[in-house]
Design a protein around this ligand. Sequence first.
Ligand code: 21W
Length: 260
Amino acid sequence: MSALRVDIITLFPAMFTGPFNESMTKRAIDRDLLDIRLHDLRDYTHDRHRTVDDYPYGGGAGMVLKPEPVFEAVEAVAGPDRSAERPRIILLTPQGQRLTQETVVRLAAEKWLLLVCGHYEGIDERVRSALVDEEVSIGDFILTGGELPAMVLVDAVSRLIPGVLGEEESVREESFAEGLLEYPQFTRPPEFRGLTVPEVLISGHHEKVRLWRRRESLCRTLSRRPELLATADLTDEDRRLLEELRREAPGGEPPEKESR
Ligand code: 21W
């Protein structure tokens, strides 16, 4: 089977049990599509206090993860350096490359990932330079550690493993890959507290619905994420719709929220 193995080295393995025991991730694990193995960094210390961090050379605030436990943990999990099967070793760090769907797709094609979660103020630079293949951040905001980013990465990657998503959902993936924001969605009832569903969606006129959705996608992208249009996969029809939108609403989308 095409199971993806993901080993995770962390000081807080218990943080992962909730998210990984719910929903899609659990289904993927139960169906042997995903094999997640958690490793407590403290198990790779040798002193009575199970010390994982120390003061930074040169002074300064905070503590730094010591190299020895991280090297020992990675070596124990990954096996010998020149083994035929070796994981792609990824460090979660605020200094990493920003996680994008492109990276997610590339990592989902691997057989074996080893995620190293930093915590505290940082990690000894020798881990990065001698052990790590790739450094990943999930965005420009400060968290307390790499655990949540590791869960985000596993969630994003695991839904791309064949068999994890239903057929319908995996086809939808392709439309998002076009690089536009999604059109608004509605379900019943047609009127809720005076808020109505656009008439065209109720009409059942498939071609009109298709055109409305495409226009909405383009309109939202134009007003909220215009930079996406430069790389989006646009048809001649899309370009014509965009021209119309720019002409009739140069200010972008109408006010976003219903007035309250
Ligand atoms: C937060 C580590 C701040 C280090 C040198 C001198 C992993 C993360 C993390 C954390 C610092 C990710 C310093 C988005 C994140 C993570 C913990 C600052 C201070 N360095 N993606 N002084 N945001 N965060 N280091 O925070 O480990 S991926």
